[in-house]
Design a protein around this ligand. Structure first.
Ligand code: GLN
Length: 576
């Protein structure tokens, strides 16, 4: 696979594979960890947050994780160098994952998230830049796109494997062990990277500021200064104007984030307005694309929250007995403890029944997984001896059988990664076939296509809500597999192309800023994914959020289609 490619590629491939292993391991179980309640085994207890709060923290985390690359990219470009940034970032992230292993919803939880957020800022944009730089050498120039495709595979191999490790560790030992595995993966990545430093040396070229370039400090002050002021306004103002506890966009973090976006958007708008000639045309082509891909990430990243909830509660996950031994080997089994505990009483639609105090009423029942199942179908709780805190070794085997075996929820996150690895050769092949016939869509055309396919993927989930009678029955796992399959096709038309388009179309002096813009729109989309996921339970019919997704993706698609003639003209003019 690495034949014809620079020696540095396998170094970066495996480094990124391990980094994404940790990143997606944590992301796959993060929402579950936050929203799951107490467990008889302490190490398996979640934080017990509400779904709304879980979605809110998930959205804020994944938004910030994609915000810091803006800063990390600039700093590496001008001051730190790429390799040093990658090592710093990797170590910070590794520490953050290990920190999450310390249980509890307190300062260490938030500090750990902060370390990951900062670490990703130093790491993620710079490893991609390094990949690109490896191919600046005349010998390799023609292999650049192929190199990025291979690299994207590395990302997704890590993202595929990690959920099996997470499932095995958290189901067998508890959440902390899974978070530690993410940290160890990250440290392995750093060690591998350090061992191959000599193969990446020549790609590590600083881009010192040229005359006329804005210094890094000034850029950060112009973007983040006003954003911080607006963010603070968003945090405090609604309560001051509307009254205590009131928000404009459902939560304080949403208000702060969306307010902060106003001056940042204005900054990019001014960049365009003040430019002239060629620069103006180039920036003018990129900004609408940034706006459009917000919709993609807003839908895509609901995988870690709304779709994880769907997998966890509205999907049949029982494993046929014959498959259990195999599933056991790969760590896919979650043995659900069916002992009695307090669970929320739900009506026929699976919605919580309110008690006299207005709060959801509770009763003694089996694991929450069975909550929205008709009561007569609840599994029998295991005998009392199996629910004891300490189970004597001689009865352990028996108790194991008394438990229900399910596919562990986070494995659904591997479906997307699997499809990326399987479908990449197909998509690459299709486009090169079309190129030979002179019919390959332009990059913005592919982005529009990606958005259209994304819209289709949301309809699969709409169908799932109807097929399950609004979540009253559990649905087939195939609904999720199908929706992930379709959206992955969309991703492959949009995500890898996006980065290369930005690097080609940006005015050369502004590449770092424009890359920052791409990550910022990812960040905004990610925040929206948390907001949308939080709306999931507010709709009477569970298709509500998926219909919203459909509308958003279609709107973004039309926007790009309308701009297409102009985008094509700019590209033909400057990229020939
Ligand atoms: N899945 C890809 C990665 O992890 C793309 C993610 C993104 O750009 N938001 O690199």
């Amino acid at each position: 696979m690495f034949k014809n490619h620079p020696r540095g590629l396998p170094v970066l491939f495996f480094t990124e594979m391990w980094e994404r292993f940790g990143f997606y391991l944590m992301l796959g179980i993060f929402f579950l960890y936050m929203t799951e309640g107490p467990n008889a085994i302490a190490a398996k207890s979640g934080l017990g947050l509400s779904e709304e709060q879980g979605s809110d923290i998930y959205g804020t985390y994944i938004a910030l994780v994609y915000l810091t690359p803006f800063i990390g990219g600039l700093l590496a470009d001008r001051v730190l160098g790429y390799r040093r940034s990658i090592v710093i970032g990797g170590l910070l992230m590794g520490l953050g994952y290990c920190g999450l292993a310390i249980p509890g919803f307190g300062p260490t939880f938030f500090l750990s998230l902060l370390l990951i957020i900062l670490g990703n800022g130093f790491f993620k944009p710079n490893i991609s830049t390094l990949v690109g730089n490896l191919y600046n050498d005349e010998r390799y120039r023609d292999y650049k796109d192929a190199g990025f495709n291979i690299f994207y595979m590395g990302i997704n191999i890590g993202a595929f494997i990690c959920n099996f490790v997470a499932a095995y560790l958290r189901n067998t030992y508890g959440w902390g062990y899974a978070f530690m595995a993410a940290g160890i993966g990250m440290f392995l990545g750093v060690a591998w990277f350090l061992s191959g430093m000599k193969h990446t040396a020549e790609a590590d070229v600083l881009k010192p500021a040229k005359p006329g370039d804005q210094p890094v400090g000034q850029i950060l002050a112009a973007v983040f200064g006003p954003a911080a002021v607006f963010g603070a306004l968003g945090w405090f103002l609604p309560e001051m104007v509307l009254g205590a506890g009131k928000t404009v966009f459902l939560s304080k973090s949403n208000d702060a984030f969306l307010f902060a976006c106003i001056p940042v958007t204005y900054y990019y708008f001014t960049l365009w307005r003040r430019a002239d000639g060629e620069d103006r045309e180039r920036i003018g082509a990129l900004l609408p694309l940034f706006a459009a891909v917000i919709a993609f990430w807003a839908i895509f990243h609901q995988n870690g929250a709304a779709l994880t909830k769907w997998a966890n509660e509205y999907t049949r996950r029982e494993i046929p007995e014959v498959v259990v031994p195999v599933a056991d080997v790969v760590g896919a089994v979650q043995r659900v403890d069916t002992s009695l505990r307090e669970v929320i009483i739900r009506d026929g639609h699976g919605d919580p029944v309110k008690g006299p105090d207005g709060k959801p009423a509770k009763e003694l029942g089996p694991d929450p997984y069975f909550n929205n199942m008709p009561r007569d179908q609840w599994p029998k709780p295991p005998a009392a001896e199996c629910t004891a805190e300490v189970i004597p070794p001689e009865t352990q085997a028996k108790c194991k059988d008394a438990q229900t075996k399910l596919v562990s929820t986070e494995l659904f996150q591997s479906v997307n990664a699997f499809f990326v690895v399987v479908l990449t050769p197909f998509v690459v092949g299709l486009f090169s076939f079309l190129r030979r016939k002179g019919k390959e869509p332009s990059t913005p055309g592919k982005i529009a296509l990606g958005l259209f396919i994304t819209a289709l993927s949301t309809l699969v989930m709409v169908a799932a809500t109807f097929a399950t009678h609004n979540g009253a029955d559990k649905g087939s796992a195939m609904w999720l597999v199908a929706t992930y399959g379709v959206i992955t096709l969309g991703e492959l038309c949009l995500s890898p192309m996006g980065l290369s388009l930005v690097s080609k179309l940006s005015p050369p002096r502004l590449t770092a800023l424009m890359m920052g813009g791409w990550f910022l729109s990812t960040s905004i989309g990610n925040k929206l994914s948390g907001i949308l996921s939080g709306l999931f339970s507010l709709f009477e019919h569970k298709s509500g959020v998926f219909f919203l997704n459909f509308g958003g993706a279609l709107l973004a698609c039309f926007m790009v289609l309308l701009m297409l003639p102009r985008l094509r003209r700019v590209m033909n003019k400057y990229l020939k």
